[in-house]
Structures are given as C-alpha cells and as structure tokens.
Design a protein. Sequence first.
Length: 143
Amino acid sequence: MQNDIDPRSLIGRRAHDSSGCKIGTVGEVYLDDATGEPEWAAVRTGFFRREALVPLEPSELVDGVLHVPFEKELVRSTPVLGVGRHLSPRQELQLYLHYGLDVPPSAESAGPAPSSPASSGPSAMPSSPPPDRDFGWIAGTES
C-alpha cells in the first residue's frame, strides 16, 4: 500500500474484495510498532457482523476505496482476535497464515500458530506462549 497515506484517513472508507464486491467499512487501522507503518485494517463486514482484520500491504487505495486482493468469504472467515487491542506476534502470525501471505521474520519468532479445526494431528504449540510484544496499535489513539 502507499506509504504516504495517513492511516486515520482510511477509517470510514469502503473496502472491496478481489472481485469488486463490497466487504464492509474500515473501522480501525493497526500500525507496526517497529516502523509505525499501517499494517492491518479492521473492516466491519456488515450491520450485525464482526470486524475482520485485513492486511494493508497487498491492498490498494483507489478512488477512496480500499481494494483488498482476497475474496469476501476469506475475509469474513478471518480468526476472531478481539478488535480494539494490540495484536500479539502469535495473532499476527495467525493472520498471515490465514491469508496465505509470506510471514515476515518478526512474526516467525512467535512460534507456530494454533491449528485450525480442519487440521489433523495434535497441535504443535509450545507449552507456554511467547511474551506479547504489543505488535501494533490503533491509529488515532495514544499508547
């Protein structure tokens, strides 16, 4: 995504999927703690639906609309992570794996993500999770 966009200007913008269908409206933007760059957007996927986190890196802002290169159903099936809080490295890893994106080195150190219900075999999660490094924050708020 363009680096010169103020993340607060994304809030309230429509989000469309890869086929141009409206997914919802951007409610929050999460920034990377290390770089301060916008990294994830929380998209309200309907009037009574929850917010789904979508990656901003492969997305584009065109004519005031956030175009997300994923199908609507993939966005709607995003893991529920509790929008409105910092993302832990493990939660961010879950999102990268959900969207099939290359995992950056910072997220790889989080360890394996929890297995999905469709997976087979025991979970490879360590007995104690890595420390939460508060990976991102919400645009327009102070930490």
